[in-house]
Design a protein around this ligand. Structure first.
Ligand SMILES: [Zn+2]
Ligand SMILES: [Zn+2]
Length: 476
């Protein structure tokens, strides 16, 4: 048997979600990420059996807590995986929240399907059973093992792993694995390394630190989400937030911000806090009306060591964006309902980010027909979602089973992004002092990967590989 190590691309290959890469060395197996597929056309892959017996995997390394990286862990555990799941402490804390929430959604989805099929008099086969249950998620959590940044841990069979700041979301990591290289069935004794970029953040993002740049690596697996795009200037974000707040305040309506619980909500709070400090907006009540966003914000508060300098200064000066005066965290349903009794202007941040569920729908019902109110979108709105419908200017929308006329003002800020754009991806790659033996582009639509590969070839003369789903490569 060859002593060579190989990598198999079990997800995020020519598409964005479902990140999962398997390293194999003789009978040793290490999985990097175990993500859920979120694109509609790949969703059935979530239900397919794993490519290898989960019981045969020695360890999982988790880059960060987004569902497309950690969302299939409870299924892996239910089907026999019982090894350690290494990740940073903040990732462990957020993964807890994310997996329990995901298990609840899986149960709701299955129940919804069951009822619909019952009504239609249909019978199987279809997935009425949830992908996994809260119990499966609960069984996954004790396997999470916290690892500090920049501290190598032995994983299995001579493979060590180190985690580095990725600058993407709180706790996010790039992972470097080191192992013994070899060829022709013999180990050469030479140390080799492979870097998994995970999701690469933008430089100068609020709150967290910048991505780590590597000066060398034998192999690199790199994300390509925005491989074909350049982001708008993020410097304008704060001005646009200020404009939305002030216009709405003058009109006497409410400002609704549909927002994702993880990172985006905290970034919105960061900007509101800075605008308040600078007296650029009036002192209004700000509601974070999402139990999940509140829990994630608690994790941020628990990890000030992960903040960048600007954020550290604010917190030390007593101006934390997570506890300014006027900020109210509404966990209970009663508190949430009470928001709509308030006269005058308030700022309401609520999930879900694309208005597909959650408390934002109730706030929309109370505000969408009012020309005084504003709906401010700060994240991507996928096709087919209520958020997309509102954003595209529909005059009439259905919310919670009723038709509503849209009179509220619509605003959108596109400068928020957790992902590096093409120039930032090239900047990250530019740290490498010599070409890697192999560079794999993953975590992007086929077109984004194609464009990025062309750009890299043109600028550096390297020939990046574009792995297909299930494809395997030897690392010699
Ligand atoms: Zn991510
Ligand atoms: Zn991702």
């Amino acid at each position: 048997m060859s002593s060579q190590i190989s990598v198999r691309f079990l997800g995020a290959a020519q598409n964005v979600t479902g990140s999962s890469y398997l390293l194999e060395h003789q009978d040793r197996r290490v999985l990097v990420d175990c993500g859920l597929y979120q694109e509609r056309k790949y969703r059935e892959r979530n239900w397919a059996p794993f490519a290898v017996d989960p019981g045969s995997i020695d360890a999982v390394l988790l880059t960060h807590a987004h569902l497309d990286h950690c969302g299939l862990l409870p299924k892996l555990v239910r089907e026999g995986f019982s090894g350690p799941i290494y990740c940073t402490p903040a990732t462990a804390a957020i993964t807890r929240i994310v997996l329990l929430d995901s298990a609840r959604i899986q149960a709701e989805d299955a129940e919804y399907k069951r009822r619909r099929h019952e009504k239609e008099g249909r019978s199987g086969p279809y997935p009425e059973e949830p992908l996994y249950t809260e119990e499966d998620a609960e069984r996954t959590l004790p396997l999470l093992r916290s690892v500090s940044y920049n501290a190598p841990v032995p994983v299995t069979g001579g493979i060590t792993a180190s985690f580095f700041e990725a600058g993407h979301i709180l706790g996010s990591a790039m992972i470097r694995l080191e192992f013994e290289g070899g060829s022709g069935g013999r180990s050469s004794g030479e140390r080799r390394s492979i870097v998994f970029s995970g999701d690469i953040g933008q430089w100068d993002k609020p709150i967290i630190e910048d991505p780590t740049v590597f000066t060398e690596s034998d192999y690199v697996v790199m994300e390509s989400t925005y491989g074909d795009r350049t982001h708008e200037d993020p410097g304008e974000v704060e001005d646009l937030v200020a404009e939305a707040v002030n216009t709405t305040h003058r009109a006497g309506g409410n400002l609704l911000i549909p927002s994702f619980a993880l990172e985006r909500t905290q970034e919105v709070l960061y900007h509101l806090n800075r605008l308040l400090q600078a007296d650029r907006i009036p002192h209004l009540v700000v509601f974070v009306d999402s139990p999940m966003a509140i829990s994630v914000t608690e994790v941020f508060k628990d990890h000030p060591e992960l903040f960048d300098d600007a954020m550290q200064e604010q917190v030390q000066a007593g101006h934390s964006p997570f506890s300014f005066s006027g900020l109210q965290m509404t966990r209970s349903v009663e508190q949430s309902k009470a928001i709509n009794q308030i006269r005058g202007t308030s700022i309401i941040i609520a999930g879900s980010g694309m208005c597909t569920g959650g408390r934002i729908k109730h706030h929309l019902v109370h505000n969408i027909y009012r020309k005084q109110s504003t709906i401010l979108f700060v994240g991507y709105q996928a096709e087919g979602t209520l958020g997309r419908q509102i954003l595209s200017g529909a005059r009439e929308v259905r919310i919670l089973g009723q038709s509503w006329r849209r009179n509220a003002r619509i605003r959108r800020i596109s400068g928020f992004s957790a992902h590096a754009d093409q120039p930032a991806l090239l900047r990250w790659l530019g740290g490498l002092q010599r070409p890697p033996r192999k560079l794999f582009l993953t975590h992007g639509e086929a077109e984004a990967i194609r464009v990025l590969a062309g750009k890299i070839e043109q600028e550096k003369g390297w020939k990046p590989l574009r792995p297909e789903y299930g494809q395997r490569f030897e690392l010699d």
